[in-house]
Design a protein around this ligand. Structure first.
Ligand code: NAD
Length: 257
């Protein structure tokens, strides 16, 4: 299998895109470390289920990506990694002049600074191995903006910048760093908003998705977690060995507009 013998760490991976990426990496043969900030039986059960599904070795390691020390400890506790996927992220929507300072700080810490800390901790092992893949899950909002999402847009643009610098420092070592920029992806988080939107706009499910939620996505289709996972597996392949320091949009044409 393509990724047999490789260990992958995916931050924020008990649901949504992180879990989808972890699943595709496990299917490709990687040993996978799942992560979130809690330590419940459900968290460990997600890893056990993924192991049963894929036949890969999967385990769960708790670490709060809002905390610099815990970000670095995650890499150490996992025993290092060949593939690092920086995925953990949160959102808050408010006008800039009313944006709560604690939300700004949390979004910058979880969505951007965590990638700096985990990458700094993971790179020495990758350099030693002469192979590594750092994949940052940015966003269409790493390339373009929307109103009321100041912290998210700033943090995701920051992640794109970090991606480029990481790639330049790693160039020629066998380690690459790229960012995947998803458009709107149908994760449980997004799915849960559909009933409220249907009620608010008095529309059926399909109409609210096409006419309200996906107005900026020209395909008028959600991207899927499987597509994010498939893109990550591609970035781990030999075909992608010279792809570094760039962004790959998986956004139904959003950023082409
Ligand atoms: P999600 O809420 O389904 O999953 C987020 C994961 O991060 C969860 O496992 C959660 O437990 C974890 N997490 C949250 N705070 C954490 C913390 N402090 N420490 C560790 N883990 C933490 O969200 P998602 O939609 O799957 O988003 C995943 C990533 O993809 C985020 O970076 C998000 O910005 C990005 N993204 C999502 C979309 C979309 O439409 N869903 C679009 C573009 C980018």
């Amino acid at each position: 299998m393509q990724l047999a013998g490789k260990r992958a760490i995916v931050t924020g991976s008990t649901s949504g895109i992180g879990l989808g990426v972890a699943r595709e990496l496990a299917r490709a043969g990687a040993q996978v470390v799942l992560n979130s900030f809690s330590d419940s039986p459900e968290d460990h059960a997600v890893a056990e289920k993924l192991a049963r599904e894929t036949g890969a070795e999967c385990r769960y390691v708790e670490a709060d990506m809002a905390d610099a020390g815990q970000c670095r400890a995650l890499i150490e506790q996992a025993g290092g990694c060949d593939i690092l996927v920086n995925n953990a992220g949160i959102q808050h929507v408010a006008r800039l002049e009313e944006f709560p300072v604690e939300k700004w700080d949390a979004i910058v810490a979880i969505n951007m600074s965590s990638a700096f800390h985990t990458t700094a901790a993971a790179l020495p092992g990758m350099y030693k191995a002469g192979w590594g893949r750092v994949i940052n899950i940015a966003s269409a909002h790493g390339l373009t903006a929307s109103p009321y999402k100041a912290a998210y847009v700033a943090a995701k643009h920051g992640v794109v910048g970090l991606t480029k610098t990481t790639a330049l420092e790693a160039a020629g070592t066998g380690v690459t760093c790229n960012a995947i920029c998803p458009g709107y992806v149908l994760t449980p988080l997004v799915e849960s908003q559909i009933p409220d939107q249907m009620k608010a706009h008095d529309m059926d499910r399909e109409t609210v998705i096409r006419e309200v939620m996906l107005t900026r996505q020209p395909s008028r289709e959600f991207a899927t977690v499987e597509q994010m996972g498939g893109t990550a597996v591609f970035l781990c392949s030999d075909a992608a060995a010279q792809i570094t320091g760039t962004t790959i949009s998986v956004d139904g044409g959003w950023t082409a507009l």
